[in-house]
Unconditional design. Structure first.
Length: 304
């Protein structure tokens, strides 16, 4: 990768962070965001699409809809109109049209269909028994996940300080190994990988539940207490201080999805609500050196 390309990635990263912070604002124009990235509007439009894989407008629209979808799942006390305004839409009708076009269902149907809406209390029997059959299967699946996570992990709820990472942006699940190689290659000559306090990490800016796997944005990161100077395509990422569900697991790569699903089910089952901050993973070993090829990983979910 040429030096100029890395600088371009760094400037697009600044734009992505700016967008994340201002999704509810009407200031996310091409002109304003290109100024944040220090590009002319014409060049920024082209460079953004080449790096992110979407046009700026498509990206902003998708992020707003996904923010609203997350609200429909996690913010049961918010009305659809409130979520629409919080996600940057000017009206409920405009939001509903855009949401239905994107998810193929209306916001109200999405909220009703989402499995997490079901609790263990107040299940209404249907006349034909079909709903009961579906709910029985659903709760069987929930119980399987809860039993699995209880067998494999001790779960705690902890107050964490703000954590600081050096990161490289990864969009989509393909070639994620190259992102890890990039951050390790950057960190090794600085002596970071030799430090016993250094940990590899992965921070999720999107949810696989509402974002397509090829569009999920992650920060592949190094957590270290050393003061580091980031550069080019390596940027600083900070996780918010607050309360987190924390679970350490020793698992094979194929169990990561199950681990996350189980933890979110545990979260709902124990009355917690996901906070606005980003979930993340911190790796405690190199799975290639584990006799069974397992990763020892701490999972973190921010909660209220």
């Amino acid at each position: 990768m040429q030096h100029r390309d890395k600088d371009y990635i760094n400037r697009v990263n600044k734009a992505l962070k700016h967008i994340d912070l201002h999704l509810d604002s009407d200031t996310l124009s091409l002109e304003n965001i290109s100024k944040v990235a220090l590009f002319s509007p014409f060049h920024f439009h082209r460079i953004f699409k080449s790096i992110v894989g979407e046009t700026l407008n498509a990206y902003i629209n998708r992020k707003r809809l996904e923010k609203a979808a997350a609200g429909l799942i996690h913010k049961k006390d918010c009305t659809i109109t409130e979520l629409a305004l919080q996600s940057g839409f000017s009206s409920n009708s405009a939001f509903t049209r855009a949401f239905k076009k994107f998810y193929n269902v209306s916001p109200s149907v999405f909220r009703k269909q989402n499995p997490e809406k079901f609790s263990k209390i107040g299940i209404v029997e249907s006349k034909n028994g079909q709903e009961n059959f579906m709910l029985d299967s659903y709760f069987c699946n929930i119980n399987n996940h809860l039993n699995w996570i209880k067998m494999h992990s001790k779960i705690e709820v902890k107050a964490l300080p703000e954590l600081h990472f050096a990161s490289v942006t990864q969009i989509g699940v393909d070639n994620i190994d190259k992102a890890f190689e990039r951050i390790i290659t950057w960190a090794t000559p600085k002596g970071l990988m030799q430090s016993p306090e250094t940990r590899l990490a992965r921070i999720f800016h999107d949810s696989f539940k509402i974002t397509a796997a090829d569009k999920v944005r992650m920060s592949i990161s190094i957590l270290t207490k050393q003061d580091i100077l980031v550069e080019e395509d390596i940027h600083k990422t900070t996780t918010k201080a607050g309360k987190y569900i924390v679970s350490r697991l020793e698992i094979i790569p194929q169990d990561f999805e199950k681990a996350w699903s189980s933890l979110f089910i545990w979260m709902h089952d124990n009355g917690y609500k996901k906070a606005e901050a980003n979930p993340f993973e911190i790796y405690q070993n190199d799975m290639r050196e584990h006799p069974e090829g397992k990763a020892i990983v701490d999972f973190y979910i921010p909660v209220n």
